[in-house]
Design a protein around this ligand. Structure first.
Ligand code: ATP
Length: 275
């Protein structure tokens, strides 16, 4: 039961402001299903939501449906059944005004930092691209925001005139993260963001994501096989198996006292949980 203070003498109920309605989650899957043209049901009745500032891990064995779920959340594919909700409204790829708001609020980072950056473009063009394509900034203003995004991922502005091939995998992933955060999104969707990196670079990129999350309140959805990365970054974890959610809950609880045998087996398959 919640307690409610009595109104001060002389005030009528109409004078008392109504409690603010809770904001809807930034993004949600609502009973979402997805079937590939030549495949079976890759996702089946999946519901999950990401509130402002929240970090959610999506785990499961290969083929569980993690990438498919992320593609629906990113609006790259439309669900075959159910819905994707953005700020509480169904995501409609034909609603250009909504899609513009969506793109400036929800950005992505992918696994392979080698293929995700256009090799013919200089870093300044790559990092400032979301600003130009969303009409947020151009010219000098876009260049300044790109430099500041690079600074936020630990790279100096002198990288701006260089090309992707001049950088290591970890530096390229930092550049990809700078491009994702340059328009100050509310949510970052990351598909295996550290799995192509060696162990020490992995830890640096996890620390970077952790720092961005803590400093800016950025919400995060991370698909990962690396339960150590999920433990470091995600307060909540959703376990997928065969396209369905088998278990979800606070990450420490889920990793240390899993309710499902499937989750126990996933954890047991990890040599150790780093850090
Ligand atoms: N383009 C496609 N056409 C047909 N079936 C597909 C396609 N992409 C994925 N699938 C199938 O959909 C299911 C879910 O795949 P998905 O890639 O989402 O899994 P995942 O959990 O991300 O796996 P991994 O960890 O290996 O990346 C699998 O059965 C997969 O074979």
């Amino acid at each position: 039961m919640t307690e409610q203070a009595a109104p001060p003498a002389g005030t009528s109920p109409a004078d008392i402001p109504a409690p603010a309605a809770a904001a809807p989650p930034i993004l949600a899957l609502q009973g979402a299903g997805y079937r590939y043209h030549r495949g079976g049901l890759a996702l089946d009745d999946v519901s999950l939501s990401i509130a402002a500032g929240e970090s959610v891990g999506l785990v499961g064995e290969s083929g569980a449906g993690k990438t498919t779920a992320l593609r629906l959340l990113l609006g790259l594919d439309a669900p075959s059944s159910g819905a994707v909700l953005f700020d509480g409204e169904p995501l409609n790829r034909r609603d250009t005004a909504q899609i513009r708001r969506f793109r400036s609020s929800v950005q992505a980072v992918f696994q392979d930092p080698y293929s995700s950056l256009d090799p013919r473009q200089r870093i300044d063009r790559i990092v400032s691209e979301p600003l130009r394509s969303l009409g947020i900034a151009s010219g000098r203003e876009a260049a300044e925001q790109a430099a500041s995004a690079l600074e936020s991922v630990g790279l100096d502005a002198d990288v701006l005139r260089r090309y992707p091939h001049e950088f290591s995998g970890g530096q390229r992933q930092r550049i990809a993260i700078a491009r994702a955060v340059v328009c100050k999104p509310r949510l970052l969707l990351a598909d295996e963001p550290v799995s192509a990196l060696d162990m020490s670079t992995r830890i640096q990129v996890i620390d970077l994501l952790q720092g961005l999350r803590d400093r800016t309140g950025l919400a995060l959805v991370m698909v990962s096989h690396d339960l150590g990365a999920v433990a470091s970054l995600c307060e909540r974890t959703v376990v997928l198996r065969g396209g369905r959610v088998v278990e979800a809950g606070p990450t420490p609880q889920l990793l240390h006292a899993p309710a499902e045998e499937y989750t126990r087996a996933l954890i047991a398959a990890v040599p150790r949980l780093p850090r």
